[in-house]
Design a protein around this ligand. Structure first.
Ligand code: HPA
Length: 233
């Protein structure tokens, strides 16, 4: 079986999927953390790998950037591959001074002005929650690994290079940070009655204008990846 964007056989995709944005990060995760892994998708170079972490089968599938790309892959994974849960592992720009670079954020709710959900099925909600049970598992995993984390809302934008002031949106929904994929993911999870959560690492702070170096970024990303892998069942 295949979809317009995924060439994998159904049995090549695990019931639990971790989704980084970057295809090369999917490759890095497989090579660094998984046993007996195999590459299961190369269509459009949207690399995916299925293997085992501490005996549990998991697929790491890149989402690409932005709601439309995440929307396509998570839709097909839930609908055509019977995936039960997806955990997005990504980066975000912090809206609050208190969030330091490399801090880890477990997403409570994704707020967006995107029409993704409305165009999907006519629903008009602008805020969708992450799965509470996965979020609890993520929090427990972080605690058992000794890694600190924050929990909070994020603003999901379609515009990385935005010139307008989005302070109002941030303050109204008390958003900690901004990223670009979670709203489509949570929309599809709700549409198919599946589970989805997002865990993020702060890669830049939009208030203090600090940015991460690539080496430091990799180290802190590894913490987030370990948390997500420990949280899978
Ligand atoms: N904006 C949107 N998405 C992001 C950012 C940002 O500043 N940083 C990381 N992902």
């Amino acid at each position: 079986m295949a979809t317009p964007h995924i060439e994998s056989a159904k049995e090549d995709i695990a019931k639990t999927v971790l989704m980084p944005g970057d295809p090369l990060r999917a490759k890095f995760i497989a090579e660094t953390y998984l046993e007996n892994y195999r590459c299961v998708n190369t269509v459009r170079n949207m690399l995916a790998y299925t293997g085992f972490y501490k005996g549990k089968e998991v697929t790491v599938f890149a989402s690409g950037m932005g709601n439309p790309s995440m929307g396509i892959y998570s839709y097909e994974l839930f609908k055509d591959y019977d995936v039960e849960e997806i955990i997005r592992i990504g980066s975000c720009g912090a809206f609050k001074k208190e969030l330091n670079l490399y801090d880890i954020l477990i997403v409570d709710n994704s707020y967006s002005t995107s029409y993704y959900l409305t165009e999907l099925n006519g629903d008009t909600e602008k805020s969708l929650p992450g799965n509470e049970e996965i979020n609890e598992r993520l929090a427990e995993a972080a605690t058992s690994l000794g890694y600190g984390y924050h929990s909070g809302n994020v603003y999901c934008t379609d515009v990385f290079y935005n010139y307008v002031n989005i302070d109002n949106l941030r303050d109204f929904f008390n958003c900690y940070a901004t990223e670009m994929e979670t709203f489509a993911l949570f929309s599809n999870a709700r549409e198919f009655n599946k589970k989805a959560s997002t865990i993020l690492t702060v890669s830049d702070n939009l208030i203090t204008k600090e940015e991460t170096t690539s080496e430091e970024r990799e180290k802190s990303f590894n913490k987030m990846i370990e948390i997500a892998l420990e949280a899978i069942r």
